[in-house]
Design a protein around this ligand. Structure first.
Ligand code: GLU
Length: 518
């Protein structure tokens, strides 16, 4: 029987989610939604030493911002989201809350001969490691060393059974089979084979905190949560042989999920993994949202940098996947339709900050003036600009929408539509504010002030240009003088546009100001 597609994103709350992590979540989400399946968020928080307060909330908030909402899991307030029927209860979704589940599974493996109890203390293991390293060897707890260590394979039964009762610092380790070739299939990488001879006996469960390690909890939960595909980062590929062997040891191979390991996101120059430091160094965010760590250090986020979530999702989707044609712009719904693991690349995907901005510019162009105005009003307020109607701001937005990459650019592009320039760009003034030009420009200003029709771009633009042309005055020089007066620089919108917006009185004031100043 075909099983319902169920995939999970399983972050460990050890810090903010890197953009590569968001991409993993996104690909899982797209895969599930395309197949009418479930997307689950499971919090893998069994490593209390690496737990970072606030990280879980951050992760869920970041995914929500992207529109990646789970069918099952936890929400940003920490509550359970669940669609599963009573027959298949899957909650809780935080592994720390599933603590009582795991011990029986670890013990089941011991009983079956697939795992064993280990009693070595940290000091004993340290001494063994030092001894082997002094002899030029590397220490791994595994097939070549386990019989010389303190565990239920090497010790007499009566002895280890007593330690099991009296000590509280033992662990259960997986007994890696000797010299076996594990054959694995990856949906992106194809067939992979690994010989077990180099693999160690991983700890699965610890008596000290009665918690499983990642490997055990991950396999048990994927099984209990009826996960059909595991889509995760390639840093987990080395763990795949162990995961295959765990499914086999539990007798769960029939329902074992299929695996897909995603390649890394690479630095802009293609040399190595994209790291947090690259963002700071090269001036782009690597996190979806701003993050402040315990030391108060701030890492910038796409959201706070002014990216639209749709643009962020789109650019992430294209980092490592392509639709097989030229289309670059996809909404989340379109991605759900178009996505396929077959078109996910095996090689690393190089991050390009300019391309990221390009995506945002494209989305900004598509936004409605009303929505952009909603976003721009608070920016104006933060600049101390008041007294302009919404209608006015909408007109400004209409004029500059095409020129901006971010909403914040609106201010840099056209703050002069709200506040008069008080200074003039020196080199522009030197170039254009010359007597032979400005005497003509001031005549044009008089023409504008005397203009009797209604002040609209359509009414004004033609007569204005006609007036300059018929006098055979140099159009560019004259216009740039006027622009200097209105903008403070020789670049900016068309004169008719500016005059129409700021109105006759403000126009007159700015002309008077430049006359008195330059
Ligand atoms: N908790 C693991 C992580 O943080 C999950 C790996 C997996 O998806 O199996 O990446």
């Amino acid at each position: 029987m075909e099983r319902k597609t169920r995939v999970r994103f399983a972050p460990s709350p050890t810090g903010p989610l890197h953009m590569g992590g968001v991409r993993t979540a996104l690909y899982n989400y797209l895969f599930a939604k395309q197949r009418g399946g479930d997307f689950i968020i499971r919090i893998e928080d069994t490593d209390s030493q690496r737990f970072v307060p606030g990280a879980e909330k951050y992760i869920i908030e970041a995914l929500n911002w992207c529109g990646i909402v789970p069918d099952e899991g936890v929400d940003a307030s920490g509550n359970v989201v669940e669609t599963a029927s009573e027959r298949h209860p899957h909650a809780p979704y935080r592994q720390s809350q599933r603590k009582p589940i795991y011990r029986q599974y670890a013990e089941q493996l011991v009983e079956g001969g697939f795992a064993y109890y280990a009693f070595d203390t940290a000091e004993e293991l340290g001494a063994k490691r030092a001894e082997m390293e002094a002899a030029g060897e590397t220490f791994i707890y595994g097939q070549t060393t386990r019989m010389g260590l303190r565990n239920s394979l090497s010790m007499p039964e009566a002895e280890w059974k007593e330690l099991l009762e009296t000590r509280t610092d033992w662990t259960i380790r997986f007994k890696m089979p000797e010299n076996r070739v594990v054959e694995m299939d990856d949906l992106i990488r194809g067939h992979v084979e690994v010989n077990t001879s180099t693999l160690d006996d991983k700890v699965l469960w610890k008596r000290a905190d009665e918690l499983p390690t990642y490997h055990l909890a991950n396999i048990v939960d994927d099984h209990l949560m009826e996960i059909t595909e595991v889509i995760r980062g390639e840093e987990w590929l080395p763990s795949l042989p162990l995961h295959y062997l765990l499914y086999e040891a539990f007798g769960w191979t029939e329902t074992q999920p299929r695996f897909a390991h995603l390649s890394l996101l690479l630095k802009p120059d293609g040399k190595g993994k994209l790291s947090k430091r690259d963002g700071d160094r090269l001036g782009f965010p690597v996190f979806p949202l701003k993050w402040v760590n315990a030391e108060g250090e701030v890492s910038r986020g796409y959201r706070e940098d002014g990216y639209f979530p749709e643009a962020f999702v789109n650019l992430l989707a294209m980092l490592g996947w392509n639709p097989g044609n030229d289309q670059e712009l996809f909404t989340l719904d379109e991605l759900v339709q178009a996505f396929s693991l077959e078109r996910v690349v095996k090689s690393g995907a190089r991050f390009n900050a300019d391309k990221a901005k390009w995506f945002n510019k494209e989305y900004l162009r598509k936004k409605s003036v009303a929505e952009l105005t909603d976003l721009y009003m608070p920016v104006l307020e933060s600049k101390g600009v008041t007294g302009f109607s919404r209608e006015y701001v909408e007109k400004v937005v209409t004029l500059i929408q095409e020129r901006a990459t971010f909403v914040a650019d609106f201010w840099d592009i056209a703050s002069y539509l709200f506040v008069a320039p008080k200074t003039f760009v020196e080199k522009d003034a030197a170039k254009f504010w010359k007597e032979e030009n400005y005497t003509l420009a001031l005549k044009v200003a008089d023409f504008i002030l005397a203009f009797e029709g209604e002040f609209t771009k359509e009414n004004l633009e033609g007569p204005l240009e006609e007036y300059i042309r018929s006098n055979e005055w140099p159009m560019g020089k004259v216009m740039n003088c006027l622009r200097l007066a209105l903008v403070g620089a020789s670049s900016g919108l068309g004169i008719a546009d500016i005059v129409t917006l700021i109105g006759k009185d403000e126009f007159a004031r700015r002309i008077e100001y430049i006359k008195a100043t330059l």
